[in-house]
Design a protein around this ligand. Sequence first.
Ligand code: ZN
Length: 242
Amino acid sequence: MRVLLITDIHANRVALEAVVQDAGAVDAVWCLGDVVGYGPRPNECCVWVEAHAAITVVGNHDWAALGKLDLDDFNEGARQSTLWTVEQLTPYAYQWLDALPNRYIEGETTLVHGSPRHPVWEYLLRPAQAAANFEYFDTSVCFVGHTHAPAIFQEALARRGEPSYVPPYGEPIALTNGRYLVNPGSVGQPRDGDPRAAYAIYDPDTCVIEFRRLAYDVELTQRQMREAGLPESLVVRLARGL
Ligand code: ZN
């Protein structure tokens, strides 16, 4: 089975389309949340994910667009883009986002946006955090998003305090040596210093995953953001991958 694993699209339709093209034929799409926020095409991204993803969990920016989060916790750029997104969202997109679960278990895989401990909010960055989070899910693999950086935490390594790692892009690797917390990286707003869209292809039958990175037309998304009047700081950061 070939699953396209995507997260943190952030209303970047251009990046989403490029990823879908690059992934080729898949049996399923799993989406780890933050479909909207920051980017210029929230409704189009909701429509695509709603139509194509077998599983979608909700992210903090999706909640913010629904008015479920206090925007005081957001920085100015995130706050302004959320207010813009709220104005744009169709009732259809709103209702779809509003019905999304914050955790989904599919066979031996758990899906959340942030972490299994705090599905919408926690950023999984440090090994000690990851080690603690292995207590909060029962499956062999848990997929997360939210940090906008690809990462694998293997349980035994995290318990020894060793940091996450990123396998070489385009090389399939098996997640069969214990349990794992895995982030495929962000489709629409990477923040690891690499502006290329990030995603993964996963086979839940063999637990083999392939991380991928893909250049897309960043300037087109930037033009759409400027036309929409989104904050210039968000436009600029997209090209820097930060
Ligand atoms: Zn995000």
